[in-house]
Design a protein around this ligand. Structure first.
Ligand SMILES: [Zn+2]
Length: 159
């Protein structure tokens, strides 16, 4: 059930994805929210440096492992503009984080990239539940997905 508060977090993810795009990075953004609604952290994609593991969900998982108790992690939610990739889904599950809510799915991203003629990435795009079957996942959110689609279109048309 995605309410107005959750939509606000998702809109912030889309803003962060737009910030990544402005900095020359692929447009992905994520927000980590505690059980009581406190925003604990946010980040966007930072792979333009050449390190392709610098995904926001991976950074937030590491931050959570270093700064939160197992109970706090299990009760937290990660909001994200695009469904976690296999690396980030694994990191999320290994550190025991809770629910994930994403705007656009990996399936949508694959279709968008194919439509833009972008070569397949070196890591397969798989749904989170294929990697981390115990994690509760919600998405896509059609009300915002077209904005994310547009950011990817802009990123790839600028290359
Ligand atoms: Zn990732």
């Amino acid at each position: 059930m995605i309410d107005e508060t959750e939509l606000r977090h998702l809109r912030r993810c889309v803003e962060l994805a737009a910030e990544a795009l402005e900095e020359g990075d692929e447009p992905f953004g994520s927000v980590l929210v505690a059980a009581d609604g406190t925003v604990l952290g946010e980040d966007h994609n930072r792979v333009a440096s050449g390190d392709h593991t610098r995904h926001p969900e991976f950074e937030l998982a590491r931050w959570a492992a270093a700064n939160m108790t197992p109970e706090e992690r299990a009760a937290a939610t990660v909001y994200t503009s695009g469904e976690h990739c296999p690396m980030c889904a694994a990191a999320h599950a290994w550190v025991g984080l809770g629910r994930i809510v994403y705007v656009s799915s990996s399936e949508q991203l694959s279709a968008w990239l194919a439509e833009l003629g972008v070569p397949a990435p070196p890591v397969r795009t798989l749904p989170i539940h294929e990697i981390a079957p115990g994690v509760v996942v919600e998405g896509p959110v059609p009300a915002l997905a077209e904005q994310v689609h547009d950011l990817h279109r802009r990123f790839h048309s600028s290359r």
